[in-house]
Design a protein around this ligand. Structure first.
Ligand code: ADP
Ligand code: ZN
Length: 710
């Protein structure tokens, strides 16, 4: 059987080898046995049932709660030449009748259905008359009553086994915890099933968390422009208000940002979600209402402007990035205010004490995770019971190790201030006391007479806020239950207060005055490759519009990357690209080959012209000015600058070797260039005009070249 499965993998899907447990799972189903599959997002769960459905006689029934997704999955399968269809409430009666007819006549390889439809007696009657290959229950954690995605209809799916005992079943989920897994097995009657667990690491996601020093929005913008310009991404905010404001603000800065929250009409939400799926570079700014059912593979970043309330939520939300396995970033910025607000929300919630205790524990774990000074991935996996032996090298704490310092003494000052003022004041007031501020409120309480008054003058208010945040995050301080933001001491703080334990805290990282440096692309190519990347994306976009499917249904980013890597020149070579099966080879091979060939041609030409740029470089390196070189070579001075710009873009020359500009001027020009929108990028005229013609085109071209150096 293995040969047959491998054959389908190669010819239909265009992949050369199986991942994780795919092969074992397929074998299990092929033999008519049940399986429970836990695999991280993007791990390749769908192949686990798609391939056996094709191998076995009859149709594979796929149960999925995500109606919005069915259409995409079915179009993706059709693009591969697989006979798939879906049945849900979005279909009109005539189309639904047709699908049912196809089902009865045994034409279908796979049928996606919503659980509520599957469980109707009329549909079950239909199934009685059709040969069945298997049942796949996707998003199987929806059966769990404790999870946030609970679907009552899922409970009834156990009927399938009673009614069709000989048809193998497979339940799939990316949800990590043990309790959910047990619940799936029990509720769906899968005690006999083999369980396949693939670990939860998402190695392509780079985790980054930093502290908000009051400029989170600017930092977000800088992050997007520097690392993910023209990428698709999701920005999570806690409130609708913040969603609206952030989306507006990002749009004003020239990004394609759209809001999404429960306060919008269903139609507006649908529209924005559709654009996110169908276009390449949309940023959705959303509350956590957005995400379930978003299966877009090429989301390159997920940003949090607030702290999620548990590690589970963080893992799930960040997990929407990089499903295609290509590099992606999980970026988060949070601050003291978040910590206080979440603690307050939790303490004042109506939940019973048992629930509160669980939630408190979850929030504390999340806070601890945010303040970590060791590898984040190790901690994340450990939380889910996985072990990663070595630090990952792809998270912020691995990439730029955090400095810590012995903060025992300042912590004692902060804690004493809380104690002496009676454990009822908020951070701002406490800091004022520490700094010895003179104001009426303090004197009216007589706090200017306390021994702690003014003992914290060695630090400024921002540094103190940073310390208070860490003290709360480490549970040395807690926020009062009445919800006024007053801080109280906890049991844990005693040993620090008494000096029995020393306390190491993160050093506050100074705000960097970083300039915007645009990378050629988030995936990190050099300039020429970026050109090919853009051309391939344009080709994909055109096809997707013609066929009315999202671009990733044509080819994933990973497949385009492979084309850039190998630059196939004929169909035979093209067929070896990962993600190119027989059907897609026929359907799109020519279009993409044409793009690649045109690019190769252009590159050849550029190569011959680069000789002349090299000559310019050599003269320049000998100390000649652009003017002198132009005269010497009998070329226009602007041509010489074009050569020099090319060398700057290649990283061979530094901008300041060529131009005599100060930082300020360069920053000014760079900002103008970065402000260009999609359409006018490449056209420097508007930059020239915006700067009142002070800087010539030669000069602008060089500055632009300096921006693409990666
Ligand atoms: P999941 O449902 O687990 O999140 P998918 O089934 O959507 O993941 O697969 C994620 C991506 O990985 C898809 O683009 C899929 O085509 C690709 N993929 C799956 N299996 C393989 C494989 N064996 N080799 C290469 N790519 C694969
Ligand atoms: Zn790490």
């Amino acid at each position: 059987m293995d040969d047959k499965a491998l054959h389908i993998l190669a010819t239909v899907f265009g992949y050369s080898e199986f991942r994780f447990h795919q092969q074992d799972v397929i074998r299990q189903l092929e033999q008519g046995c049940d399986a429970v599959v836990l695999m991280p997002t993007g791990g390749g769960k769908s192949l686990c049932y798609q391939i056996p459905a094709m191998m076995r006689q009859g149709v594979g029934i796929v149960v999925s709660p995500l109606i919005a997704l069915m259409q995409d999955q079915v179009s993706a399968l059709r693009q591969l030449g697989v006979n798939a269809a879906f049945l849900n409430s979005t279909l009109d009666a005539v189309t639904a009748r047709e699908v049912e007819q196809q089902l009865r006549s045994g034409e279908l390889d796979m049928l996606y259905v919503a659980p509520e439809r599957l469980m109707t007696e009329s549909f079950l009657n239909l199934l009685d008359q059709s040969p069945l290959a298997l049942f796949a229950i996707d998003e199987a954690h929806c059966v769990s009553q404790w999870g946030h995605d609970f679907r009552p209809e899922y409970i009834q799916l156990s009927i399938l086994h009673q009614r069709y005992p000989e048809v193998p079943r497979i339940a799939l989920t990316a949800t990590a915890d043990d309790a959910t897994r047990r619940e799936i097995i029990q509720r769906l009657g899968l005690e006999q099933a083999e369980v396949f667990v693939s670990g939860f690491d998402r190695p392509n996601i780079c985790y980054r968390i930093s502290q908000n020093q009051g400029n989170a929005r600017d930092e977000l913008l800088r992050f997007i422009i520097n690392e993910h310009e023209s990428d698709a991404g999701i920005v999570y905010c806690l409130s609708r208000n913040k969603v609206e404001q952030t989306a507006e603000w990002l749009s004003a800065k020239g990004l394609n940002a759209l809001p999404y929250h429960a306060g919008m009409t269903a139609q507006e939400r649908q529209q924005n979600q559709q654009r996110f799926l169908n276009e390449d570079n949309i940023i959705i700014v959303a509350t956590i209402a957005f995400g379930m059912g978003i299966d877009k593979p090429d989301v390159r970043f997920v940003a949090h402007l607030n702290l999620p309330k548990s590690i589970e939520a963080y893992y799930q939300e960040t997990g929407r990035a990089g499903r295609d396995g290509m590099p992606a970033t999980a970026w988060m910025m949070y601050g003291l205010q978040d910590v206080i607000m979440l603690k307050q929300m939790m303490e004042s919630s109506a939940a019973d004490e048992r629930h509160k205790r669980i939630e408190r524990h979850k929030l504390d774990s999340m806070l601890g995770f945010s303040e970590l000074t060791s590898c984040r991935r190790q901690a994340l996996l450990k939380y889910f019971g996985d072990v990663l032996e070595e630090p990952c090298g792809n998270c912020d704490t691995c990439l730029t190790p955090v400095e810590t310092w012995d903060a025992t003494e300042v912590a004692q000052k902060a804690l004493s201030t809380v104690h002496r003022t009676g454990q009822r004041f908020g951070v701002t007031y406490l800091i004022d006391v520490l700094l010895g501020k003179e104001h009426e409120r303090i004197s009216s309480f007589g706090h200017n007479k306390l021994s702690v008054y003014g003992i914290g003058a060695e630090l400024n208010a921002r540094q103190w806020r940073d310390i208070f945040r860490q003290l709360i995050a480490r549970n040395l301080l807690t926020v009062d239950i009445q919800g006024h933001g007053g801080l109280r001491l906890t049991e844990q703080c005693r040993s620090v207060l008494r000096g029995e334990e020393s306390l190491m805290l993160r050093k506050l990282v100074k705000k960097e005055k970083s300039t915007v440096r645009k990378k050629a692309s988030s995936i990190g190519f050099n300039t020429e490759k970026t050109e090919l990347w853009e051309a391939l994306r344009a080709c994909r976009k055109q096809l997707s519009e013609q066929l009315n499917v999202p671009p990733f249904v044509i080819f994933h980013d990973a497949t385009l990357m492979d084309m850039i890597e190998r630059q196939p020149q004929n169909k035979e070579q093209f067929s070896r690209i990962s993600g190119v099966g027989e059907h897609k080879l026929d359907a799109y091979g020519d279009a993409f080959l044409k793009v690649i060939k045109e690019f190769s041609e252009r590159e050849k030409q550029a190569l011959s012209s680069s000789d002349t740029a090299d000559e310019t470089l050599e003269l320049f390196n000998r100390g000649m000015t652009a003017k002198a070189i132009a005269k010497h070579r009998n070329l226009k001075e602007s041509t010489i600058y074009t050569h020099l710009a090319e060398k700057i873009a290649q990283g061979i020359l530094e901008l300041n070797q060529v131009l005599d500009l100060d930082e300020e001027q360069i920053k000014l020009i760079q900002d103008e260039i970065l402000n260009l929108d999609e359409e006018s990028s490449g056209k420097l005229k508007s930059v020239y005009d915006a700067l009142d013609g002070v800087y010539g085109y030669e000069l602008l071209r060089c500055v632009r070249a300096s921006l693409v150096v990666s």
